[in-house]
Ligand binder design. Structure first.
Ligand code: UDX
Length: 439
């Protein structure tokens, strides 16, 4: 089949590349010409394991194309995917400017019957808006289908080929059948529903996962006060099939491009129909508190002030295997530490360039965990990169005078930590070392 994808951000590029890998002829459209030129040569503008290999392979096979011309991309298309961004506006609502522009471009340029597939996360009812723009702008027959995306950054290629389900919201048998045909080679179950329910499935899924994370973080904070161990609690809960063991890792909260944006948007969507989504508001509040937890813990350790202390942050990206800094806890942590008078040094295996764009200018960057920890008064682990999880805790005793570690991602075994002469705090687990022994 012939497919066009509008927008080559995270979702658009992974979708386009994956659809070419299963045999479709795909043209990805982006207005940024420089970006298009790079992608034509097989370079991905985002860091995503496995993506560039698939790009190179499918470009060479003559199935994957890039252009900045809508007319060129739409010429032969049986389906046009909209995968443009829906950034969060200051009031938490989703900004639909790019969605509307994409719909107008489609209306202006299509010459043959087409199914328009919305991949972008859009508030319930937005596909009706897209349909209206198309109906007003062109006489060519086109139907809008909602097809939300559930892939995770860092494992986007894997998730696309091994998803639990593909959700398709459509209003005709014909469009539903076309989507079945497009996705058949993936061999993933397809859940069919109407357009509005599909739109809601996306928000409800992300809100539910965010709720699970904030819930376990609240339990972790209680464990801290009561002397229980949240890892055991989560493992014991997770063995109940009704609860499930996934997304019960306590830590310093969720970040990234989806959960923060989509939870705020759903609160707004609800309030538009006079529904106060109090549960989700609490989830968001808990997350804000959790992102700042390392600062509170470290201040408490130093008797209330970190002024003049050198603090090393290990891991800056919002999660491992990505260079994405959006809504990363490192932003909150470094800002608060610097405002409190600490000297902050950051290290991340790949996100440093992006970090420099969003973190306070006065922060320093190191090229290795060893360099970051040299002479530090405290270390805060913010991202559970394999490289960080595999560090020998002896590094801290070697590089620091009186090592204090706050592990915001529970990377290390408590028994292992207790073998070293360090003070080791983590999330929802008993602390280890001199301070803990005194209590
Ligand atoms: C998420 C959804 O998983 C995906 O389905 C959706 O399409 C986009 O949003 P992503 O943001 O890439 O994907 O990352 P994910 O792996 O879900 O993690 C999100 C955040 O939650 C990260 O900051 C992560 O550290 C945090 N998290 C996740 C936890 O704190 N605990 C957990 O148990 C799981």
């Amino acid at each position: 089949m012939n497919i066009a994808v509008v927008g080559t951000g995270y979702v658009g590029l992974v979708t386009g590349v994956s659809l070419s890998e299963i045999g479709h002829t795909v043209t990805c459209i982006d207005l940024d010409r420089q970006k298009v030129d790079k992608m034509k040569q097989g370079f991905s503008p985002i860091y995503e394991p496995g993506l560039e290999e698939l790009m190179t392979k499918n470009i060479a096979a003559g199935r994957l194309f890039f252009t900045s011309q809508h007319s060129e991309g739409f010429k032969e298309a049986d389906a046009i995917y909209i995968a443009v961004g829906t950034p969060e506006r200051f009031d938490g609502t989703a900004d639909l400017t790019y969605i509307k522009a994409a719909a107008n471009d489609i209306a202006e340029h299509i010459t043959k019957q087409v199914v328009v597939v919305t991949k972008s996360t859009v508030p319930v009812g937005t596909n009706d808006v897209i349909q209206n723009i198309l109906s007003a702008g062109t006489d060519v027959e086109c139907e809008v289908v909602s097809n939300p995306e559930f892939l995770r950054e860092g494992s986007a290629v894997h998730d696309t080929f091994h998803g639990d389900r593909i959700v398709v919201g459509s209003s005709s048998e014909k469009a539903a059948k076309l989507m079945d045909d497009i996705y058949a080679p993936f061999n993933i179950p397809i859940f069919h529903t109407n357009v509005k329910s599909a739109e809601m499935i996306k928000y409800a899924s992300n809100a539910f996962l965010a709720t699970k994370i904030s819930f376990i973080n609240e339990i972790a904070n209680l464990c801290d006060s009561l002397g229980a161990n949240v890892e055991d609690v989560a493992a014991g809960m997770g063995q109940d099939d009704r609860i499930g063991s996934k997304f019960l890792n306590a830590g310093i909260g969720y970040g990234g491009s989806c959960f923060p944006k989509d939870t705020s948007a759903l609160v707004q969507i609800a309030s538009n129909v006079d529904h106060e989504f109090n549960l989700l508001r609490a989830v968001i509040d808990v997350n804000a508190h959790q992102q700042a937890l390392p600062v509170h813990k470290i201040k408490e350790h130093f008797g209330g002030s970190v002024r003049g202390k050198k603090i090393a942050l290990l891991g800056l990206a919002f999660k491992p295997n990505t260079d994405d800094m959006r809504e990363a806890a490192s932003i909150v942590v470094s800002q608060e530490l610097i405002l409190s008078g600490a000297e902050v040094v950051g290290y991340d295996p790949i996100a440093t360039e992006n970090a420099k764009k969003v973190l306070p200018e006065i922060m320093e960057y190191a090229d290795s965990p060893e360099e970051a920890t040299e002479g530090a008064d405290a270390v805060i682990i913010l991202t559970e990169w394999d490289e960080i999880k595999q560090l020998d805790l002896g590094l801290f005793t070697e590089k620091m005078l009186e090592p204090v570690v706050f592990d915001g991602r529970n990377c290390f075994d408590l028994k292992d930590a207790s073998k070293h002469n360090i003070v080791y705090y983590s999330v929802g687990r008993p602390s280890v070392g001199k301070v803990a022994e005194k209590v």
